[in-house]
Ligand binder design. Sequence first.
Ligand code: F3S
Length: 284
Amino acid sequence: MEVNVAKTAGFCFGVKRAVDQVYEQTEKEKGKKIYTYGPIIHNEEVVKDLRSRGVEVIHSEEELAALTEGIVIIRSHGVPKRIYDLLEERKLQYVDATCPFVKKIHNIVKKASEEGSHVIIIGNPEHPEVQGIMGWSLLPVTVIQDAEEAEQLSLPEEQKICIVSQTTFNYNKFKDLVEIISKKRYDISVLNTICNATKERQTEAKSIAKGVDAMIVIGDKHSSNTQKLFEICKKACNNTYYIQTLDDLDMNQLRSVETVGITAGASTPNKIIEEVQKNVRINF
Ligand code: F3S
């Protein structure tokens, strides 16, 4: 059997860097309590493994404010500026694992708002990354995620505006929304801050799925980017299976196939991808 594993399967650069930093801290700072501000990634296996090494997840600003000691790790999504202020105020030690691509957006937003621009973020207002970005503007911010909201935008004429995007937003949708806003009479500066990691993973998955008899997509059931990856692969290859770990894989389904493709969502650890790959190869 031929097994084709996607090169872009699993962690993107920013997530890998953040997860590595947590493991590094557990080694370096033995004896100290380590916290991540929010789950470091949306993967139960990793969060469980980290818990077994004494890493706890903080879920709210209130919980953070109540800490008196320990090391806090800021995850790749980034956080609003006020969280850094809170950490400084509480004299808490912290490690900033914000993805550099997200950090770049924070800097853009900060500078634009200092110069009097109204910042528009194209993205999902509920997403922690967007909430983090919002928290770097000195002025009120608008978040837009669909055409209706873009049409409804109403700011003083000739207002300077700066448009940025959530890193995982769809490029075509971003372009459409920018076009709607551009028709209004504002002084617009647009910065496409979309990260290509997601798109590259999807493009590669689709091209692999097209050429194989069966496709395996590995990722947490709650991971939206894995769900999307599954949909894309399913369209290209009807025999596509969504698994969280090796235990979910039914080898019988692969009995009669000759070629298998494997990909994984952005929060799937390499260890799980390796395990699945090895087992598929061994069993056939
Ligand atoms: Fe960073 Fe892009 Fe991943 S912004 S966290 S490398 S999806």
